[in-house]
Ligand binder design. Structure first.
Ligand SMILES: [Zn+2]
Length: 199
């Protein structure tokens, strides 16, 4: 027996979320059925505003909410334009920004590669990264801040390889980050010393 169609449809939508399986999706739906109308309305309008208001920065691919074409980090004249930090995804940028010690620019790759398959490589913004560096000759140091796990390592090695012909200084986060872990979950002190101890 299946759930009524409206329930089933929403379960299918939630099941597409990262890490959410059909059982958790069903729990979300039944939670919504019991939730107050105003809470459901707020959720619906947040979701529809998201696509309307959020833009992706054409320089770093960070998401932001404004009329401008580039995000507040890229357009901030107080940032150090000689430093470019490459991260896999938005939450990694947020984790580094929270430390308030890094004043350079960013580039969001859009994920990591597990194996160096052409298909995986094409999904990430390697081409855009190379173009960005060509357009921006003022960048003197490229900091690779991928996760300290197998995928992050493979991605970092690939970045080093494709950027080698540019003859720029390329650094990696220093030791101390828990091996196998993810940058976005690292504690602030550890992340801070990994950034300061980059080499
Ligand atoms: Zn930007």
């Amino acid at each position: 027996m299946n759930y009524p169609r409206s329930i089933q449809k929403l379960i299918e939508s939630f099941s597409k979320f990262p890490t959410i399986g059909p059982r958790t999706a069903a729990r979300f739906v039944f939670y919504l059925l019991k939730a107050k109308d105003e809470d459901v309305d707020r959720l619906v309008s947040s979701i529809s505003d998201l696509k309307k208001n959020i833009k992706t920065c054409s320089l770093c691919f960070n998401t932001f909410e404004a009329e401008a074409e580039i995000c507040e980090i890229c357009s901030n004249s107080g940032r150090d334009k000689k430093l470019l930090c490459i991260v896999s995804k938005d939450p990694d940028l947020m984790a580094l920004e929270k430390l308030k010690i890094y004043k350079g620019l960013y580039f969001i790759l859009g994920g990591t590669v597990s194996a160096l398959r052409k298909k995986d490589i094409e999904k990430l913004r390697f081409k855009e990264l190379k173009e960005r560096l060509k357009k921006d000759p003022g960048i003197q140091e490229i900091i690779i801040a991928t996760n300290p796990n197998t995928e992050g390592e493979a991605t970092a090695l690939y970045i080093e390889r494709i950027l080698a012909p540019l003859n720029k200084k390329i650094t990696r986060l220093g030791r101390g980050l828990p091996v196998g872990g993810e940058l976005e979950y690292a504690d602030e002190e550890t992340l801070k010393s990994a950034l300061e101890g980059r080499k």
